[in-house]
Write a protein that binds this ligand. Structure first.
Ligand code: G3P
Length: 500
């Protein structure tokens, strides 16, 4: 008799590591495997990944997670893919080899070209069609850069020999051994080439960037059987049944499934998304409009505030500055001082994202005195994550015309109680941490499990979401207002420098 599969496998391909998690029917984590991979910084402002390493590390952790659980391919009902978004890979359709390294979402090499697009007045067109602001963050200018700078690429692309994809499409291509070239609506909505109203690649934008349509993947729903894995991968074929960009997957994993619900994920960056329902409202406060997901033919939209550096600032304290040996030491170091004593760190290492969108900003430390210590810098680094989140939440409240009553949080840094309490204090909003903070992977698993009947409905899934801790805002409002003003001044200084 055929056994009923017990698990769903989530592949979570992030900016600094590839992870694989097996979930059981109760939404519990059965096994996790994770591998960091190389970050390449060819020159200041440039960030690349080796696309082959993205694939090999992802495949390796998938096998490891399955083995750790003592499972086999037949135990897996479906695979859900979630990924770092915008990161751009162009490969040869015949050899399957990338023609250049993956250009990572944080990469700023196309900032000047983006300035030219703005100066030429393209902002309203691009914003209207894609919901995005013009910024080097999104994929379009990165694809153009590869076509312009890799010898022979433009000619090959014109002949239909090259494929472009965000990381999800690259994984699907490899999981199917080149049979399927597909992405989902959420990832497509981050390319600056996808019309979020018609749900099609936009010909006018493709012309503007000089990108042949033949390079683009087919766009599928976030929850549907996209294909089966090639038999050689897991020795059986497994349906790939869900794809979503990591932030969209986290919104789903947090069960923010009604309009007005908001989550913030603390990863390499911080990404706050608010479900806005079935109409793509454009932000008036420098947020972007994005597709939350498409399930059963129904599209829902979200407003997003993207913060480029959050958890990465702690990595920088470890690897760049060397004041901690491991990221977990940051809380202990930061609590050596009771407050920041006027020291602010604006970690604009990759420019400033929402709500400032200042591509040329760079990291800045202000307010130091002779008494400033490593503890102050660690504290300022942690606080910067919370202040940036506050700016985005305020923009979201202004767009939505409501005061947000609770913020659901997830991601690695949410284990840091000092940060979460500080976050609640400065937001003056309840911050809610769920029991499972792996909501990105969980969201991908849910999307895949829904498409294959592993879970029957959103309602069934919603019963699995549980609160671990609710951080209630406290502190002295006047004092907090002074701190917030200090942060505002630090950001002003960064923006003024960027204009020099
Ligand atoms: O937009 C970039 C985002 O998707 C990256 O997420 O979790 O890898 O920092 P993360």
């Amino acid at each position: 008799m055929k056994e009923t599969p017990r698990y769903v496998l989530a592949l979570d391909q992030g900016t600094t590591s590839s992870r694989a998690i097996l979930f059981n029917k109760a939404g519990g984590i059965v096994s996790v495997a994770q591998k960091e991979f190389k970050q390449l910084f060819p020159s200041p402002g440039q960030v690349e990944h080796d696309a082959s390493e993205i694939w090999s590390s992802q495949l390796g952790v998938a096998a490891e997670a399955v083995a750790k659980a003592g499972a086999k391919g037949t135990d897996i009902a479906a695979i859900g893919i979630t990924n770092q978004r915008e990161t751009t890979i162009v490969w040869d359709r015949h050899t399957g080899k990338p023609v250049y390294n993956a250009i990572v979402w944080q990469d700023r090499r196309t900032a000047s070209f983006c300035d030219e697009l703005k100066a030429a007045g393209h902002e309203p067109l691009i914003r209207g069609k894609t919901g995005l602001v013009i910024d080097a963050y999104f994929s379009a200018t990165k694809v153009k850069w590869i076509l312009d700078n890799v010898a022979g690429a433009r000619e090959k692309a014109a002949k239909g020999l090259l494929a472009f994809g965000t990381v999800d499409a690259w994984l699907v291509w490899n999981l199917t051994e080149g049979k399927v070239h597909a992405t989902d609506v959420t990832n497509a909505s981050r390319t600056m080439l996808f019309n979020i109203h018609t749900l099609e690649w936009d010909k006018e934008l493709l012309d503007l960037f000089g990108i042949p349509e033949s390079m683009l993947p087919e766009v599928r729903q976030s929850s549907e059987i996209i294909s089966e894995t090639a038999p050689s991968i897991f020795s059986v074929t497994i349906p790939i049944a869900g794809i979503a960009g990591d932030q969209h997957a986290a919104l789903f994993g947090q069960m923010c499934t009604s309009a007005g619900m908001v989550k913030n994920t603390y990863g390499t960056g911080c990404f706050m998304l608010m479900n806005i329902g079935e109409q793509p409202i454009l932000s008036e406060n420098n947020l972007v409009t994005t597709i939350a997901w498409k399930i059963n033919g129904k599209v829902e939209y979200a407003l997003e505030g993207s913060i480029f550096i959050a958890g990465a600032v702690v990595q920088w304290l470890r690897d760049g500055l060397g004041i901690i040996r491991s990221s977990s030491e940051v809380e202990a170091l930061a609590t050596k001082v009771a407050h920041n004593d006027g020291v602010y760190l604006v970690p604009a290492f990759a420019g400033l994202g929402a709500p400032h969108w200042e591509q040329h900003a760079r990291g800045t430390l202000v307010g130091m005195t002779r008494g400033t210590t490593a503890a102050h810098i660690a504290r300022a680094a942690l606080e910067s994550i919370a202040y940036q989140t506050m700016e985005v939440l305020k923009a979201m409240e202004a767009d939505a015309g409501i005061s947000i009553k609770e913020l659901r949080v997830d991601g690695g840094a949410t284990n840091n109680n000092l940060l979460m309490q500080f976050q609640a204090d400065i937001l003056h909003t309840k911050v809610i941490r769920p029991k499972v903070t792996e909501t990105t992977a969980m969201g991908a698993a849910y999307l895949a499990g829904l498409a294959t009947g592993f879970w029957k409905s959103k309602e069934e899934i919603a019963t699995q979401w549980e609160v671990d801790h609710s951080f209630t805002p406290g502190g002295n409002r006047e004092e907090i207002a002074r701190w917030i003003k200090g942060w505002g001044n630090a950001v002003k200084a960064v923006k003024a420098w960027a204009k020099l």
